[in-house]
Write a protein that binds this ligand. Structure first.
Ligand code: NAG
Ligand code: NAG
Ligand code: NAG
Length: 369
């Protein structure tokens, strides 16, 4: 079966080579090829923000970001690889390139649309980042380009077999807190969470309409217990910013519920939620148990818990401290895990049991038709 398919594919390639002066020959994909599409914020951004009109608050393309693995700063918010890199490795795909990279040409493997600082609400850091809905519009552009590379049946198959990873929400909650905004005087916490989840649901449904069937989501981290959260509480030693963590919890509950509903509502829709909230909480509170030495303080930054967002010295605060060995830390900067912590999270997303990654883990989603 596969042999025949390859043979036909080869014939198609061979004939278009002579017929098409554009050189847009059909790409031939083995049946089991599964692409990876990535949406979200800094946890997933592999460098899209290097190519937009923004500022260094929303970029990480300078030292000491990224250097442990890549030897230069790619735009990833960590000392090395981030979750989508590990998932691509596990799925035997190459690293998925930022869609806005000028050399982007990875149509059959997938694309990364994530943008550091982004939220599900368009208002979250509007004008500085690519919000989730705009990421969706880039995905639709991608599809138009894909349809020039593959015939309709192949493109359809690629989109329905693909896994769509989305990490969004944290910025929608962190921004009002760090800006001391009065948004929670206008909305109850529940109303605000429902807006965030509503915008995310819209995007999931649009991807589904385009043919996407398999979705993966890490839930939102215990935001008030990240170095930035603790720093907001400066004065009260070692305390998390509980109001912020409470929003993350509300969000996570609503996310689980809405995905269950979508599974009933949308034929063929399958998903994986990874409990990043618990995975991170455990490492923050018991670093030694997971091979770390430090769970509260960031490796890079300044102030209490190194929770002030100054890593690299190119943002509004120029002073920063850098630890000797990032692998001893759960957090690289004020809000982002180290490569080592990301690797542990990615492994659990990939092959974790249903209490950590369910109802399916990502490995199961990649293996399904
Ligand atoms: C999402 O949120 C904003 C509010 O910031 C709203 O204006 C926008 O239309 C919403 N919808 C989508 C699909 O993003
Ligand atoms: C935050 O806002 C409140 C009320 O709007 C104000 O009393 C308080 O001083 C502000 N805090 C900071 C750090 O700006
Ligand atoms: C950094 O820390 C990790 C984890 O504790 C350890 O395995 C590694 O040997 C350390 N590296 C250096 C250069 O000290």
């Amino acid at each position: 079966m596969m042999g025949l398919r390859f043979y036909l594919c080869f014939l198609a390639l061979f004939s278009t080579f002579f017929i098409s002066t554009l050189g847009l020959g059909h790409l031939c994909l083995p049946e089991e090829h599964v692409a990876l599409f990535i949406f979200g914020d800094s946890v997933f951004d592999a460098g899209n923000n290097n190519y937009i009109n923004t500022n260094t608050d929303y970029q990480a393309n300078y030292e000491p970001y990224g250097e442990k693995f890549f030897k230069y700063s790619t735009g990833r918010y960590s000392d090395g690889r981030i979750v989508p890199d590990f998932i691509a490795e596990f799925a035997k795909l190459p690293f998925i390139t930022p869609y806005l990279h000028p050399g982007y040409d990875q149509y059959t493997d997938g694309a990364n649309f994530a943008s550091a600082g982004a939220g599900a609400l368009a208002e979250t850091r509007q004008g500085m980042v690519i919000d989730l809905k705009t990421q969706l519009s880039y995905f639709k552009n991608f599809e138009r380009l894909l349809s020039k590379k593959l015939d309709d049946a192949e493109a359809k198959s690629l989109l329905s077999r693909a896994v769509y990873l989305i990490n969004i929400g944290a910025n929608d909650y962190v921004v009002p807190f760090t800006r001391n905004s009065s948004i929670f005087q206008s909305y109850s916490q529940k109303e605000y969470v429902d807006m965030v989840i509503g915008n995310l649901t819209f995007v999931i449904k649009e991807i589904y309409k385009e043919g996407g069937r398999k979705f993966g989501f890490p839930n939102v981290a215990p935001l008030g217990c990240l170095p930035l959260g603790r720093a907001l509480n400066s004065g009260k030693t070692n305390e998390c910013k509980h109001e912020l963590t409470a929003l993350a919890k509300l969000h996570n509950k609503a996310l689980s519920k809405v995905l269950q509903n979508l599974e009933n509502e949308l034929n063929g829709f399958r998903y994986s939620i990874a409990d990043a909230y618990t995975v991170l909480s455990e490492r923050i509170n018991n670093p030694l148990k997971y091979g770390f030495k430090e769970g509260y303080n960031a490796c890079c930054g300044i102030g209490p818990y190194r929770g002030i967002n100054s890593c690299g010295g190119k943002r509004s605060v120029k002073e920063y401290e850098l630890c000797e060995n990032a692998s001893e830390y759960v957090f690289f900067d004020t809000a982002h895990p180290t490569e080592k912590a990301y690797q542990q999270l990615a492994e659990l997303m990939w092959s974790g049991t249903p209490n950590v990654a369910g109802p399916y883990n990502l490995k199961a989603l990649f293996e399904q038709k």
